[in-house]
Design a protein around this ligand. Structure first.
Ligand SMILES: Cc1ncc(COP(=O)(O)O)c(C=O)c1O
Length: 438
């Protein structure tokens, strides 16, 4: 029988307190099916898509039934502008408990002075963090999108690039790792008010202590956006930015395996600035069902099983990067320390867009991604990004990573092999199903 990730073991229906089945009102698929079969069909098709293929998008995961139950609850109805004990609406005494629990669990899990769990997403968390620390026109230093940074780190097509004066650092050509000398030189030259570290397509560890040193040298705030790696931080398998950064932003739905959403950790000094920046400055009413689900996810992430899961995510990513290299693809920076591999496809003479399409036809979902100094435009790219959070939740290990690398190589390198690769994918996902039945 396939091993299943923590939180994904089939549970006896009504397995909570004796009364739970009678008093809980939550997701009832039969009712949806009856009332709106068109939407119900979409939900079923998506489950089939998840079960029938391999999900290698590095920013996705399969959240647990407990998280789903919180998301599909009546907490979605409640207006609760403000913070626990200080709301602008009545009737918040119950949802206050959910938010206090989520905040306390986040603080404990990450050892932070203060947590704000209201951001609707990672982008909203960054918007609020910038609002807490900057004024329009201020200078910030962040990683270039083309080298692995995120859109909200100063891209011209995003508010961050429009409203701030952004200076970008990148990775070295030879090592493809962050050029800390360049970071320091740019900081000394431009005197940014904020330095952002953290990335969306960077396979290596980030040296938060070095960033702290540079920030101190120029009197800048340090923001660590660990949207991608926060689950690995929670599992204790990569270093935490919390002791170094003034503000830490993250998403709850990637390796952390919680509901779609964001959160902010910060020092006591910045607590009220951050809270006011989230509400009322950048958001309205919080999503209380999502906040309850974040509390569930933080609780799950504090368990030893999650620590083991996070370790397997990294071990699997390493094995996958190594196996892809043996198949003729070049892992950027020579490998990975995290949950993702960024792969240069130029040795195979294939573009990222072609590889993404070929893999999709073979039921392997991954995304094209620019590699550092990519000669091709962002819509085409020379690389793909592959992550292991989903397949690890499905109970796959190092042996399966080798099989996945071989399947990706065949799909990418041989159009005639698509059908046979799709059959191999079916066999693998049957033995390691996503959201197993029963
Ligand atoms: C580093 C980083 N920051 C922020 C975000 C934005 O998160 P969201 O899509 O939840 O807005 C992402 C999403 O991929 C990310 O990778």
């Amino acid at each position: 029988m396939a091993a299943k990730g923590p939180g994904h073991e089939p549970r006896r229906p009504g397995g909570g307190p004796e009364c739970a089945g009678d008093v809980f009102y939550g997701a009832d698929f039969a009712e949806l099916w009856q009332e709106d079969p068109e939407v119900a069909r979409i939900l079923l098709d998506e489950v089939e898509r998840l079960r029938g293929g391999l999900q290698l998008i590095a920013s996705e995961n399969f959240t647990s039934p407990a998280v789903m139950a919180a998301l599909g609850s009546t907490l979605t109805n409640k207006y609760a502008e403000g913070y626990p004990g200080r709301r602008y609406y009545g009737g918040c005494e119950v949802v206050d408990r959910a938010e206090r629990l989520a905040v306390d669990r986040a603080k404990d899990l990450f050892g932070a002075d203060h947590a704000n769990v209201q951001p609707h997403s990672g982008a909203s968390a960054n918007l609020a963090a910038y609002a807490a620390l900057l004024r329009p026109g201020d200078t910030m230093l962040a990683m270039a999108l083309s080298h692995g940074g995120h859109l909200t780190h100063g891209s011209k097509v995003n508010f961050s690039g429009r409203w701030f004066d952004v200076v970008a650092y990148g990775v070295r050509r030879d090592t493809e790792t962050i050029d800390y000398d360049e970071v320091r030189d740019l900081a000394l030259r431009h005197r940014p008010k904020l330095i952002v570290c953290g990335a969306t397509a960077y396979p290596r560890l980030i040296d938060f202590a070095v960033f702290r040193g540079v920030a101190d040298e120029v009197g800048a705030w340090l923001l660590a956006d660990v949207a991608h790696t926060i689950g690995l931080v929670a599992g204790g398998v990569v270093p935490s930015p919390v002791p170094h950064a003034d503000v830490v932003t993250f998403t709850t739905h990637k390796a952390l395996r919680g509901p779609r959403g964001g959160a902010i950790l910060c020092t006591e000094e910045l607590a009220s600035r951050v809270d006011r920046a989230v509400f009322p400055f950048t958001q309205g009413g919080p999503l209380m069902h999502a906040i309850a689900a974040k509390a569930v996810a933080f609780g799950e992430a504090a368990r030893p099983e999650f620590r083991a899961y996070a370790g397997r995510v990294v071990a699997n990513a390493r094995a996958l990067a190594g196996a892809l290299e043996e198949e003729g693809m070049r892992p950027v920076s020579g490998g990975t320390d995290t949950h993702l591999a960024l792969v240069d496809l130029r040795p195979l003479g294939v573009t990222g867009a072609d590889a993404e399409r070929a893999c999709a036809r073979a039921k392997i979902t991954l995304n094209r991604n620019a590699i550092p100094y990519d000669p091709l435009p962002p819509a085409v790219t020379s690389g793909v990004r592959l992550g292991t959070p989903c397949v690890t939740t499905q109970g796959m290990g190092v042996t399966e990573m080798k099989e996945i690398a071989s399947m990706v190589a065949h799909a990418v390198g041989d159009p005639g092999a698509i059908t046979s690769v799709a059959e191999r994918v079916t066999r693998l996902t049957r033995s390691h199903p996503a959201y197993p039945r029963g």
